[in-house]
Design a protein around this ligand. Structure first.
Ligand code: SAH
Length: 253
């Protein structure tokens, strides 16, 4: 007898943006492996009867290594359990969902994927920034800021990114922001390009810092910006109006 693993995206935080299918699957879970990113509201509502495993790979502080997490999923599924692997946002966008599925398939375990609302789109949206707009951006590139652009063979093509006229959305970019801004400017992106950093999007304590690319590293440092944050670079940032209420309020009005 073999169980199943449900790879579930929690959305960007809060029960309101969890899909109905995700809720259904969570309610019937016998084992839940989770990170902190889904947020308190969702984690507090996990079924009492389920075995809950905190994988806590938050902000780079691993409490469980990726291989250990995968081994646990395989083990519980082989015991015939209904296993939920719960991830922030969408499991396939910088969530290592692809790797986990490969491991599970290799072990002969059936996987069911439940996509989630990604923070890459919802966090900018929550402060009124649409990542595309007919007047300002016809393309958007989502990238990980985890890659150090100054290392010898950078994984990202900074020249191409600097020259693209679309929006750039960066996840996991807080630590490398000064280097990222430099790499973009060195490759030709104007220092005047507007940037927004949205910390703790869709939470009651979210904060937005805006400024030109040339100063954003310094501003982030001065404001003590911390992860998790989504960074948006491009003309759509000018649509942010700090006097307007959240476009995706935590509580529906
Ligand atoms: N799979 C996730 C992303 C995982 S990478 C998704 O689709 O949303 C983790 C990064 O996501 C964080 O470093 C941060 O850049 C971003 N992030 C996730 N939730 C966030 C939130 N509520 N507020 C700000 N950034 C968030």
């Amino acid at each position: 007898m073999s169980g199943k693993v449900y790879l579930v995206g929690s959305g960007p935080g809060g029960l309101g943006l969890l899909t109905r299918r995700a809720q259904d699957v969570i309610d019937r879970a016998e084992v839940v492996l989770y990170d902190q990113l889904p947020g308190e509201e969702i984690l507090a509502a996990l079924p009492e009867t389920a075995e809950k495993i905190d994988c806590g790979k938050f902000g780079g502080r691993h409490t469980l290594e990726q291989a250990e997490i995968e081994a646990l999923m395989v083990d519980r599924a082989q015991l015939g359990k209904r296993v939920v692997r719960l991830k922030g946002g969408d499991p396939f966008l910088f969530g290592r969902g692809g790797e986990e599925i490969e491991t599970l398939h290799r072990a002969g375990i059936e996987v069911v994927m439940v996509p989630g609302v990604t923070s890459a789109l919802a966090v900018p949206a929550s402060v009124g920034i649409p990542v595309t707009h007919r007047k300002y951006a016809s393309q958007v590139t989502i990238l990980t800021g985890h890659e150090d652009p100054t290392k010898p063979a950078p994984a990202l093509d900074w020249k191409l990114l600097a020259q693209s006229r679309g929006t750039i959305v960066i996840l996991m970019g807080v630590a490398n922001l000064p280097k990222i801004a430099d790499a973009l400017m060195r490759n030709g992106k104007p220092g005047s390009t507007p940037v927004a950093i949205i910390e703790r999007g869709l939470r009651t304590d979210r904060r937005v810092t805006t400024g030109p690319l040339s100063r954003i590293g310094v501003l982030a440092h001065e404001h003590g910006v911390k992860p998790p944050a989504v960074i948006v670079i491009g003309d759509v940032v000018n649509l942010y109006d700090p006097t307007r209420p959240d476009l995706i309020p935590v509580e529906l009005p």
